[in-house]
Design a protein around this ligand. Structure first.
Ligand SMILES: Nc1ncnc2c1ncn2[C@@H]1O[C@H](COP(=O)(O)OP(=O)(O)OP(=O)(O)O)[C@@H](O)[C@H]1O
Ligand SMILES: [Mg+2]
Length: 257
């Protein structure tokens, strides 16, 4: 099963990615979590020791140069558009508590023609992970889906858009939905997070008619307090953990049909 998680900044993508990774791992699946958010913090949320020491793939300049033929930062005219990547997961993933993790790092932004070598390597790697790897993949993304393309759209079992009760997060959900339609990705579902009341719940449902909702995660101050106290967010709130388990149970039958 391949799950991609997107949504507006701060809605709870990383928390959901972490909770789902743990739930799949506890259920006996081999889980590879991918941090594809430039502002990577999945490792920390998953409780990896020394997350700051994990070097993102996009910063491995020698590797990028070796595989693409072009050193990041230099304007080479020619480089490989389909670099070898199949050996990279084994070499560059880290593992903790039964969860494997790869941190992608920052891609270069530019005009539509920005074929930078680091972007090419990351795209090839993500394509490989989604298309060729036989494990549960949970990808924590940013507010867009730029790592996905037509080739990978069919491999994504669920694109989960996390929303919170705010108009801007709903707008972002529609934008992501449009981007997904553009690449032919149909399997979109929504998770409501930071829900404080029944009326929050109703706001989300009425704002996103026609969307499949996988669940509603309550707002819990205990998560904020755990964050401030530098404690694990994953065990801070039984209600939040429980709803993540319900979401897991909705996801699992998808690939078992
Ligand atoms: N259900 C919740 N109750 C209370 N606080 C929450 C809840 N979900 C997330 N938070 C808090 O909201 C903040 C953002 O969560 P998180 O980092 O998971 O979001 P994100 O979408 O990954 O953000 P970013 O876009 O910055 O990557 C964190 O401080 C987290 O502790
Ligand atoms: Mg995040």
């Amino acid at each position: 099963m391949k799950i991609a998680i997107s949504g507006k900044g701060g809605v709870g993508k990383t928390l959901l990615a972490s909770l789902l990774s743990r739930t799949f791992a506890e259920s006996g699946y081999s889980v590879l979590a991918i941090d594809a958010d430039p502002d990577a913090n999945l490792a920390a949320t998953l409780g990896f020791p020394h997350p700051e020491k994990i070097i993102p793939i996009s910063e491995m300049k020698d590797l990028i140069a070796e595989r693409t033929g072009a050193r990041p930062g230099r304007t080479e005219v020619y480089f490989k558009l389909n670099p070898k990547v199949d050996d990279l997961p084994e070499k560059y993933r880290v593992a903790h508590n039964g969860i494997k993790l790869m941190v992608m790092g920052r891609t270069k932004r530019g005009g539509s023609g920005c074929y930078c070598s680091e972007n090419v390597l990351l795209k090839a790697l993500i394509n490989h992970l989604l298309l060729a790897r036989n494990e549960v993949i949970i990808m924590d993304m940013e507010a867009g889906i730029e790592h996905l393309g037509r080739a990978t759209a069919s491999a994504v079992d669920k694109l989960i858009v996390v929303v919170e009760p705010s108009r801007r997060s709903i707008e972002t959900a529609y934008t992501i939905n449009k981007l997904a339609q553009d690449i032919g990705l149909q399997n979109i579902a929504v998770v409501g997070n930071k829900v404080r009341s029944q009326s929050d719940n109703e706001f989300l449902i009425s704002s996103l008619p026609g969307f499949e909702f996988l669940g509603f995660i309550p707002y819990d101050q205990a998560i904020i307090e755990a964050d401030l106290a530098n404690l694990s967010l994953l065990d801070a709130s039984p209600q939040v953990t429980n709803e993540a388990k319900n979401i897991y149970h909705k996801l699992v039958p998808v690939t078992q049909k």
